[in-house]
Ligand binder design. Structure first.
Ligand code: SAM
Length: 229
């Protein structure tokens, strides 16, 4: 597993410059006007759910990536700490978001402990890369990073039955496996963890001190939001 988790970091480092093709439905991720429109509508549903949380002073974004949600967080928090293992994605994020209230830190989330607590801890498309054996440890870290009464918000991929979430040249997800083989545009292949956490995350979050709810947006996304007791 340690090797896969290192590969996962290498994959996102190598993919940094092409990562947004997934988010913006370009190239291998372009599944046609209708599907793309649904994707963006569901993204909007998630963004609206995030905005409902209201303004906060401090937010921590885990696995911030190229900043597609960092700019939203910068709109609701006075100060955002955006953390990721990849210096390449953090650089793209910085250029895209251009907000002095966002502080960037490079860290491997499986070997990281928070040194402060935040009003909001946010992660998008990160939970699916946390293998079951690391879930309890990771949620402990999230609890430590959240102020009492503070909020957690996580969004990630549903097990999409339309098969239009991933790239056209990626294999279907194997329901028996927690791994997925990913390809870059140049054909290089990496194995990563891809989990599809469901409502059972709610009692799991409760074990880690959060009262949370689980929602879905349609075909593509789930999100969970909760408060630290
Ligand atoms: C699917 S992307 C999500 C990025 C962003 N949150 C978004 O919504 O687009 C996963 C991110 O996790 C980062 N990552 C992978 N392994 C990591 C690790 N061990 N610690 C911290 N970040 C990691 C990658 O660099 C990548 O930016």
């Amino acid at each position: 597993m340690d090797k896969v988790l290192q590969d996962q970091i290498s994959y996102y480092r190598a993919r940094a410059g092409e990562y947004d093709e997934w988010f913006y439905r370009v190239g291998r991720y372009d599944w046609g006007a209708e599907r793309n429109a649904q994707w963006f509508a569901e993204i909007e549903t998630v963004i609206q759910a995030l905005r409902v949380l209201g303004k906060v002073e401090s937010a921590l974004e885990l696995a911030a990536g190229t900043g597609n949600f960092t700019k939203e967080l910068a709109g609701i928090a006075d100060h955002v700490v955006a953390l990721d293992a990849s210096p390449e994605v953090l650089e793209i994020n910085r250029d895209k978001v251009k907000n002095p209230n966002v502080e960037y830190r490079q860290a491997d989330l499986f070997n990281w402990q928070p040194d402060e607590q935040y009003d909001l801890v946010f992660m998008s498309f990160w939970m699916s890369h946390v293998p079951p054996e690391k879930l309890d440890g990771f949620l402990d870290t999230v609890r430590l990073a959240t102020k009492v009464g503070g909020q957690v918000f996580m969004v990630d991929s549903l097990r999409d039955t339309t098969r239009t979430s991933s790239a056209s040249n990626h294999a279907d997800y194997d329901p028996e496996s927690i791994y997925h083989t990913r390809k870059l545009n140049d054909g290089q292949e990496y194995t990563i963890v891809k989990m599809f956490y469901d409502e059972s995350l709610v009692p799991k979050l409760a074990e880690h001190g959060f009262t949370a709810q689980y929602h879905t947006s349609g075909d593509y996304f789930w999100w969970a939001s909760g408060v630290k007791d």
